[in-house]
Design a protein around this ligand. Structure first.
Ligand code: PTJ
Length: 245
């Protein structure tokens, strides 16, 4: 990352790409994660590489959900671990959530490498290694979760999630918060709170909102949630991408 001059117009995008490459080299990120990053980067370019107002609103709503939750869990895959490990730990601290490693391309080596990477970034307890429960209606490998983690969670944050898994979690009637730069992807389409923003900007902003809302009453938090229109948020993102407005 030191080699990229900070005044380079594509600085943030290049840093992101480097983090994914490093993640692959360290055995944290799957090779497919590079394709995912390339797709995300194209959508981000069209969004103007900024948090649009509807995404900021969704991030605030997500913070409200997490603060009200009984058992919130933040799901971590190979891209999330490479891009925002410390930021995910900070969000988990701010809303008292658990972190769970949950991979699309699951191998014991990557699970362990990601858990260790999170611990290096300050995580105390990392879930996902026990994998003693299954998400119903999903193939065996991809269904693996911790019984006292995602399986039992009432609110889950699933960034850069596969569409089948997002749907299966929705069927479990969890409040699902999806971070995905593609508003047309199935995961944000099924999420109760779709956040169309780069995870690099979304997660720190969710933490800022959570800190601001830390003293809000339950009624205030519920009112923020009530006001949110998920369809409108998805439309606003698509409108920005297609028409630049
Ligand atoms: O580590 P694993 O094995 O769990 O695999 C993780 C990936 C991401 C490879 C896997 O879940 C996958 O293949 O995902 P998809 O189907 O490529 O979907 C990834 C979605 O994330 C796409 O819609 C991208 O546009 C979006 N995306 C990519 N980078 C970012 C992003 N969204 C937000 N922020 C990003 N930085």
């Amino acid at each position: 990352e030191e080699e990229i001059p900070e005044d380079h117009p594509r600085y943030q995008d290049l840093i992101t790409r480097h983090r994914i490459e490093n993640g692959v080299e360290k055995g944290i990120t799957h090779l497919q994660g590079m394709h995912a990053e390339g797709r995300g980067s194209a959508f981000d370019y069209l969004l103007g590489e900024e948090t649009i107002p509807s995404a900021d609103a969704a991030e605030r709503v997500a913070a409200a959900h997490l603060l009200l939750a009984e058992q919130p869990v933040l799901s971590i895959n190979g891209n999330v671990a490479a891009l925002v490990p410390g930021e995910m730990v900070a969000l988990a601290d701010a809303v008292d959530a658990d972190l769970e490693v949950n991979l699309f391309n699951r191998t014991p080596e990557r699970i362990e490498a990601i858990a260790e990477h999170l611990r290096e970034h300050g995580a105390e307890d990392v879930k996902g290694l026990t994998a003693d429960a299954r998400i119903p209606n999903l193939d065996h490998q991809r269904a693996k979760v911790d019984a006292d983690g995602i399986y039992a969670a009432d609110v889950v944050v699933v960034p850069l999630e596969d569409g089948d898994r997002a749907e299966a979690l929705q069927e479990m009637e969890k409040t699902e918060i999806v971070i995905d730069l593609n508003p047309l992807s199935r995961s944000p389409q099924v999420a109760e709170v779709p956040i169309v923003d780069n995870i690099i900007r979304a997660v720190p902003n969710m933490t800022v909102h959570a800190e601001e809302l830390a003293t809000a009453s339950e009624d205030e938090l519920r009112a923020i949630i009530e006001e949110f229109d998920r369809e409108r948020a998805l439309e606003a993102a698509e409108e920005r991408i297609r028409n630049g407005v």
